[in-house]
Design a protein around this ligand. Structure first.
Ligand code: C5P
Length: 213
């Protein structure tokens, strides 16, 4: 994989990591995988199949049955409910194991790749050349997500959004299997006071510094 630029972008919900990762991919001409979509699809497939989100067997079966084409153009994957379902099933080791090969194959493409998620720098691509851990205060993240969802007419209150973000952070960081944690060699990017242009610029500089190391 020498010569390949693999960029791992991890961090909590609404930190800006998705936008930063997709812009980095466009900038460097690399394929991009939003790994949260995999867990979202598994969560939704469990619900649609009449299963229980707390059932590890049903969740692992859904993960093993996931077709790659499932991720494109499904607006249902972007809802708050899908995010919540994703974080429930993402705690099951069998689900994470079922999704591992697909993600690692994506990261190992000859020219490199950009992946965003919670465990890219720690588990999926520990050898990534550039690793970012993107964060922001829970209050700022809740406000961003609340604006996004309200523009679509979801009607959730800011307080409910903040509670949702805090619950999701605690679940993602507290699980035993591949918890959300900054890799020791990841660079922290706090976007609390940054707009998207400034955040992207900072991210690009982090990647450039990593490439010249
Ligand atoms: O990033 P996104 O909000 O789409 O992720 C939804 C949920 O999927 C997260 O809250 C987390 O529980 C799970 N996830 C994960 N590992 C990843 C990506 C997402 O556990 N690499």
């Amino acid at each position: 994989m020498s010569g390949a630029l693999v960029i791992a972008v991890d961090g909590p919900a609404a930190s800006g990591k998705g936008t930063i990762a997709s812009r980095l991919a466009a900038h460097y001409g690399l394929p991009f995988l939003d790994t949260g979509l995999l867990y979202r699809a598994v969560g939704l497939d469990v619900i649609t199949g009449g299963g229980d989100l707390g059932d590890p067997v049903a969740a692992e079966a859904a993960a093993r049955a996931l077709a790659p084409g499932r991720l494109s153009n499904d607006a249902a994957l972007t809802t708050g409910d899908a995010g919540e379902a994703a974080s429930r099933v993402a705690g099951f080791p069998g689900v994470r194991a079922a999704l591992l090969d697909l993600q690692q194959a994506f990261a190992r493409q000859p020219g490199g790749a950009v992946l965003d998620g919670r465990d890219i720098g720690t588990v999926i691509a520990p050898e990534a050349q550039a690793k970012l851990f993107v964060t922001a205060t829970p209050e700022v993240r809740a406000r961003r997500r609340w604006h996004q969802l309200n523009e679509r007419g979801d009607g959730i209150t800011y307080q409910a959004m903040l509670a949702d973000i805090q619950r999701r952070d605690a679940r993602d960081a507290g699980r035993g299997s591949a918890p959300m944690v900054q890799a020791v060699d990841a660079v922290l990017l706090d976007t609390t006071d940054l707009d998207i242009e400034a955040a992207f610029d900072a991210a690009r500089r982090i990647v450039e510094a990593a490439r010249t190391r």
